[in-house]
Design a protein. Structure first.
Length: 340
C-alpha cells in the first residue's frame, strides 16, 4: 500500500503567488511523511487549475525535494507537439534525478481543449501523440509517420535518467481506455464512488494480464501496475472539526470545478459529488478524525483491492495550516496502520 498526493491547484482567496509557495510547502511535508508521489493536474482557462503548464511548476518542486516522485496527471496530449514534450520530459527527469512520472490523457473538458481548437479527433490525436512520444523517448534517431505527426531522422539528443523511459500514468474510465492503457503498461488512477473503483480495478487486472504480450508494453518500465483511487480528504482531531473545515472548502472547490461549464450554460459531468455529504456517502471523499478516516479507507481497500491511494489534501478555502495539520495527522495516525 502506497500513498500519493494529488493537486488540482485550484484558486483560493489568497494571491496566486502565495498559492504556489504554499503548494511547495505541502509537497515537502508529504515527502517528509513518506508519500510516494506528487501528481499535478493540467487545466486551462479555469480557476480549477492554476498550473496550465505543469512542467514549469514541477521544475520548481524538483529542486525543492529529493525523494518524492512527481509528474503531471495528466499532460493533455492533444495540446502538445510530440517533439517539444519529449524534450520537456527529458529535462524534468534529469532535473529530478529520475523521479518523473508521465501522466497522459486527452482532456475531460471540451471547453479547455476547445479554446485551442483541439476537440476534433481528440482521442485519435491523443493516442497517436502518445505512440510518438514513447517511440521518440526510446530511440536515438526518430522517424515517425502517422495521420497527424510526421518526423524524419530527428536526432534525439535529450535522454531521460530512467530507462527505457519514465513510468506512464493515466486516469481511466471506459473499458476501451483501460485496454489501451494495459497495452502500454500504464499505471492507473480512478475516481468516483467505491463501487466504480472496484469495477475499474477488477477490469484492469484482467486487461493487464491479457495484454502482457503487446509490443508496446516492452517500452514500459512498469512490471506490476499501480492501481490507484483518487480521494479528497480532510483529517482533524475530531469528526466535528473535520466536517466544519472541509464543508466550505469543498463547496468552494466544486464551484471552481464547475466554473467553466457554467460559463457555457452547462453543468460539469464527472464522477464527482456535488456536495460533501454525497461525496463522503459514496466513498469519493474522506473526512473525519484519524480513527474515522482509517476505518473508511480499510473498508474501501477491502472492497476494491487498490494498491495506491492518491489523496487531495489541499482544495478550496482550506488554509495552509489546516492542510499541513491534516497531512500530519494522516501520516502519524493513519498511514502506519494501513501499511501494516
Amino acid at each position: 500500500m502506497e500513498f500519493g498526493l494529488f493537486d488540482h491547484m485550484d484558486r483560493n482567496d489568497k494571491p496566486d503567488s502565495r498559492l504556489y509557495d504554499s503548494r511547495v510547502e505541502i509537497v515537502r511535508a508529504a515527502e517528509a511523511a513518506g508519500f510516494t508521489g506528487y501528481h499535478l493536474a493540467e487545466h486551462h482557462f479555469t480557476p480549477l487549475g492554476l498550473a496550465p503548464s505543469p512542467s514549469v511548476f514541477l521544475s520548481v518542486v524538483a529542486h525543492a525535494t529529493s525523494k518524492i516522485r512527481l509528474g503531471p496527471l495528466v499532460y493533455l496530449l492533444p495540446l502538445y507537439h510530440p517533439l517539444r514534450l519529449i524534450e520537456e520530459i527529458c529535462m524534468l527527469d534529469q532535473m529530478s534525478d529520475g523521479r518523473l512520472d508521465i501522466g497522459v490523457g486527452a482532456g475531460v473538458s471540451p471547453y479547455e481543449v476547445g479554446y485551442y481548437g483541439a476537440n476534433e479527433d481528440k482521442q485519435e490525436v491523443y493516442r497517436e501523440t502518445l505512440d510518438a512520444i514513447i517511440k521518440g523517448l526510446t530511440c536515438d534517431r526518430f522517424t515517425y509517420h502517422g495521420k497527424h505527426h510526421h518526423f524524419d531522422d530527428v536526432p534525439m539528443i535529450m535522454k531521460t535518467v530512467q530507462r527505457p523511459m519514465p513510468p506512464l500514468w493515466a486516469g481511466v474510465g471506459s473499458e476501451e481506455g483501460m485496454v489501451f492503457a494495459a497495452k502500454h503498461g500504464v499505471n492507473t488512477i480512478g475516481l468516483g464512488p467505491t463501487a466504480r473503483i472496484a469495477n475499474v480495478c477488477d477490469f484492469y487486472r484482467k486487461a493487464w494480464s491479457e495484454q502482457e504480450n503487446d509490443p508496446m508494453r516492452a517500452f514500459s518500465p512498469t512490471k506490476k501496475p499501480k492501481m490507484g483511487a483518487l480521494r479528497q480528504i480532510h483529517v482533524a482531531d475530531t469528526d466535528e472539526r473535520a466536517w466544519a473545515e472541509a464543508a466550505p472548502a469543498y463547496e468552494y472547490w466544486y464551484n471552481n470545478l464547475n466554473w467553466l461549464w457554467k460559463e457555457h450554460g452547462t453543468s460539469v459531468s464527472t464522477n464527482l459529488a456535488g456536495d460533501l455529504k454525497s461525496g463522503v456517502d459514496n466513498g469519493a471523499v474522506i473526512v473525519g478524525s484519524p480513527e474515522t478516516v482509517r476505518a473508511a479507507i480499510e473498508k474501501e481497500r477491502a472492497a476494491t483491492g487498490y494498491n495506491y491511494l492518491v489523496l487531495q489534501f489541499a482544495y478550496g478555502t482550506l488554509t495552509i495550516e489546516q492542510v499541513k495539520r491534516s497531512l500530519q495527522l494522516f501520516a502519524s495516525d493513519v498511514m502506519p496502520a494501513l501499511r501494516d
